[in-house]
Design a binder for this molecule. Structure first.
Ligand code: PMT
Length: 404
């Protein structure tokens, strides 16, 4: 997986910097071309010569140390990287990256880079849990930076707690998993719905729900990064849509039905993450309703259940539904899976802290026809999306194996 890949290794100033030597060596042994950038503080912990010898390339320390007049080194390094690893990543380096600071070779290169970033934090437990560090990591997570959790154990500062740099083997594994995931859905067409539908009853008033579109967009983004050709049918959302996907804007459940059905035949995988209205106003008034009587009764009628319709018309598509539940999650989710003929259903308890509508995280349980298939803790919506799509890819791979 790492052979021929260009990996930029950013080493920042913590005691765990010595482990960067082992990491660098392992990456090179696996066939990666490794270029190392060290911060001024990292150099206090480990000699650049060590990393130069192991990587077989000069180590970059100073933005202004331009040896090659034919290139601007930090831009060149940023452009060439297939992946950037920051290990160890100190609280300071994460803060700088979150704030967009560019005051040394590493931060300047990171700001210029479009390559994916995996950071392996290492620091004192209180620094790791400080609200500033937590907020910085959340900001970076939203921008697509992945993290390898630090381990728990004896820290250099004397505490026995969380904050130890992940083992170099685990960082290498994360890099390998990252490259492997890039082709998991290659050649597949994935259709995903996102956001909350809007059901109007006059020109300025409507019924909707709390969906922000984040979960559906996270699915779209993760599927795109796994090599799928992605179409998102998005109703009302609060967040910018991901790039590199086909975006179809709709408003109501009826429009979503039409948009999804017209693209269904070409889809290999359909994920229904949108929160779709179950009922819509019977009447849609042409002009703004006037205030008159003390009460107003809105008559509602059922919308078409899009997912159930897709389940009925299934002709080889892999169908993934979502279930937003407030009680008896497994029971309701399994009922929806069967009624709507889904291959998988992703259930979230929307009353749970860190899960459901609006936020950047979710906690889901995935079911198949046989019962529980995957249970995930509170994770970023992007990571949740990746884990769900890994399961989809595994199921599709399994189906291919059986067909042989
Ligand atoms: O958008 P976010 O703020 O990130 O929030 C994410 C989420 C909570 C919206 C998402 O995780 C989620 O749970 N989406 C499904 C919401 C929902 O409508 O759940 P439901 O249990 O009411 O519906 C079950 C399934 O049927 C869903 O896949 C839904 O898209 C589909 N459905 C429902 C009604 C309908 N008329 N047509 C449908 O296709």
């Amino acid at each position: 997986m790492l052979r021929g890949k260009t990996i930029l290794l950013g080493v920042t100033g913590g005691i765990a910097a010595y482990k960067a030597a082992i990491l660098c060596s392992k990456l090179v042994q696996k066939g990666a071309e490794v270029h190392v950038i060290m911060t001024e503080s990292a150099v206090r912990f480990i000699a650049p010569l060590t990393l130069q010898t192991l990587s077989r390339h000069p180590v970059h320390l100073d933005t202004f140390d331009e040896q090659n007049p034919g290139a601007v080194t930090h831009i060149d390094l940023a452009d060439r990287a297939d992946l950037i690893l920051i290990a160890p990543a100190t609280a300071n380096s994460l803060a700088k990256l979150a704030a967009g600071l560019a005051d040394d070779m590493l931060s300047t290169t990171l700001l210029a880079a479009t390559a994916p970033i995996i950071a392996a934090p290492a620091m004192n437990v209180h620094m790791y849990e400080h609200p500033a560090t937590v907020a910085n990591m959340e900001t970076l997570g939203r921008r697509g930076v992945r993290f390898i959790d630090p381990g728990t154990g004896q820290l250099a500062c004397g505490y026995v707690a969380k904050g130890r740099l992940a083992e170099p083997e685990d960082i290498v594994l994360a890099a390998e998993r990252f490259f492997a995931s890039r082709t998991l859905l290659a050649g597949k067409r994935l259709l995903v719905t996102a956001g909350g539908t809007v059901e109007r009853f006059d020109p300025v008033r409507y019924l909707t729900n709390d969906s922000s579109g984040k979960m559906g967009f996270a699915i779209a983004e993760a599927a795109r990064d796994m090599g799928a050709e992605v179409t998102v049918v998005a109703a009302r959302t609060d967040v910018p849509a991901p790039g590199g996907v086909e975006l179809v804007r709709v408003e109501s459940a009826e429009q979503m039905l039409e948009a999804v059905l017209s693209r269904y035949a070409e889809a290999d995988i359909v994920v229904k993450a949108a929160a779709v209205a179950d009922y819509r106003p019977v009447e849609r008034h042409a002009s703004k309703l006037k205030k008159s009587a003390a009460t107003l009764t809105l008559e509602l009628e059922k919308t078409t259940d899009i997912l159930a319709e897709l389940g009925r018309r299934k002709s080889g598509q892999f169908l993934v539904g979502f279930a937003a539940e407030t009680e008896r999650l497994a029971e309701h989710a399994m009922d929806k899976l069967r009624r709507k003929n889904c291959d998988l259903i992703v259930a979230n308890d929307v009353t749970m802290e860190g899960a459901g509508f609006g936020g950047d995280t979710n906690a889901v349980q995935v079911f198949d026809a046989a019962g529980p298939a995957l249970s995930l803790p509170v994770l970023g919506k992007r990571e949740t999306a990746e884990r769900v799509l890994e399961l989809v890819a595994a199921r599709l791979g399994g189906a291919r194996e059986e067909a042989r």
